[in-house]
Design a protein around this ligand. Structure first.
Ligand SMILES: Cc1cc2nc3c(=O)[nH]c(=O)nc-3n(C[C@H](O)[C@H](O)[C@H](O)COP(=O)(O)O)c2cc1C
Length: 387
């Protein structure tokens, strides 16, 4: 059994054990991948302030996100095709999150359906919505999420059209994969993945196939997205959706101060400062760079979360110290899932919690809720001057 000490260890195993098409789908950004790279490298610019002779006993990482108790303020982000990284991946990740005491968010583009995940968990999870052109479909999926007991709707606002990811086009990404000669060759070395996949019935988009009109087979994600996602989504529609949902609403994909102000104005319960993990607008600034400005603009009006680039508990601490109430992780838990299934997701969460806890202590804090900018050393020009 390999000794796992970091998310990087899980990433190496994920790459070894998962078909190239799906590993690449996870580990990529759009176009040149500049934003994808800077999401992580910008965290490294922020340093930590070592403090000593402070009582470090009785520490806690427990907190709240949108009023919900969490073992640490780290939620699992919505990730499409999670059930292709490992058979029944969404169920495995949701169960790991539930046992750990952190929120799980199910993507619209999941392989396991809302009902599947609800059946295999005992507590409410969050549901992420992509708004489609077909209003009947949108109304029906909102209803399905309510019936399944989802406690929050995460409305993604930064993907009405798809940022081009070169690797997916080159690999011919589909779910399930088309068995072309290169794919067969690749699968020959990924036997564990194949055996598990042969044993599940969940092999395509569970929230869509059989639910959206005329969609019986939509294995080409790119074509389907281009045809079905609603490019007319605007703030008026956000208001209407908020009313239809009627429970906690989290707006995802906010990267600009003006958009953050609008999100606060429509009455979101929380916003997620995010550039979709560098998968949409390449050339956009990293989430962590945009966080301080957004905090100054709306930090007292709406709960602010952050995602994109978090690979360690130290990254979590930096986001919290800059004012975020919580964060989401995407690739960090997908690496765990691809490496070791449910156990791997638990390991990813445990690695992050341990790093957060120990770093907090070495910065002289005992409670994650007390983190503030005074634990950080932020370079003067961190936010940059952009005209
Ligand atoms: C493979 C993959 C698939 C994703 N699918 C979705 C999705 O279906 N819906 C969504 O709102 N965000 C999606 N995202 C974005 C994540 O929710 C999140 O914003 C991002 O992963 C955060 O960056 P990180 O991976 O660096 O933590 C996806 C991200 C990845 C890596």
């Amino acid at each position: 059994m390999p000794v796992i000490t970091s998310i990087a260890d899980l990433k190496r195993l994920h790459k070894r054990r998962t078909p190239k098409m799906f590993y690449d789908y996870c580990e990529s950004g759009s176009w040149t991948e500049q934003t994808f790279r800077e999401n992580t490298s910008d965290f490294d610019q922020i340093r930590l302030r070592q403090r000593i002779a402070v009582d470090m006993s009785d520490r806690t990482t427990a907190s709240q996100m949108i009023g919900q108790d969490v073992a640490m303020p780290v939620a699992l982000a919505p990730v499409g095709l999670t059930g292709m990284q490992r058979a029944d991946g969404e169920i495995k990740a949701a169960r790991a999150a539930e046992k750990f005491g952190v929120p799980f968010t199910l993507s619209t583009m999941s392989i396991c359906s809302i009902e599947d995940v609800a059946e295999h968990t005992t507590k409410p999870f969050w549901f992420q919505l992509y708004v489609m052109r077909d209003e009947d479909y949108v109304d029906a999926i909102i209803e399905r999420a309510k019936v399944a007991g989802c406690s929050a709707l995460v409305l993604t606002l930064d993907l009405q059209i798809l940022g081009q990811r070169h690797k997916d086009l080159k690999n011919g990404l589909t779910a399930p994969p088309k068995l072309t000669p290169p794919v067969i060759l690749d699968l020959a070395t990924k036997w564990r993945w194949g055996i598990e996949m042969l044993q599940t019935k969940r092999k395509t988009f569970g929230n869509i196939v059989g639910h959206a009109k005329g969609v019986e087979n939509m294995n080409s994600l790119h074509t389907w997205t281009a045809e079905q996602f609603d490019p007319r989504l605007d703030w008026e529609k956000v208001r209407i959706l908020k009313k239809k949902w009627g429970r906690k609403l989290i707006l995802k994909g906010i990267l600009d101060v003006e958009d953050a102000k609008m999100a606060a104005e429509v009455g979101a319960d929380a916003i997620i400062v995010s550039n979709h993990g560098g998968r949409q607008l390449d050339g956009a600034l990293s989430s962590i760079k945009m966080l301080p400005g957004i905090m100054r603009a709306v930090g007292d009006k709406v709960e602010v979360h952050l995602d994109s680039g978090i690979r360690s508990g130290q990254d979590v601490l930096k986001a919290l110290a800059l004012g975020a109430k919580g964060v989401m992780i995407g690739r960090a838990y997908i690496h765990g899932l691809g490496a070791m299934g449910e156990k791997g997701v638990t390991t990813a969460l445990a690695v992050i919690q341990k790093e957060l806890d120990i770093t907090m202590a070495l910065c002289g804090k005992r409670d994650v809720k007390d983190l503030s900018p005074d634990v950080l050393l932020v370079p003067d020009d961190f936010e940059g001057k952009w005209a």
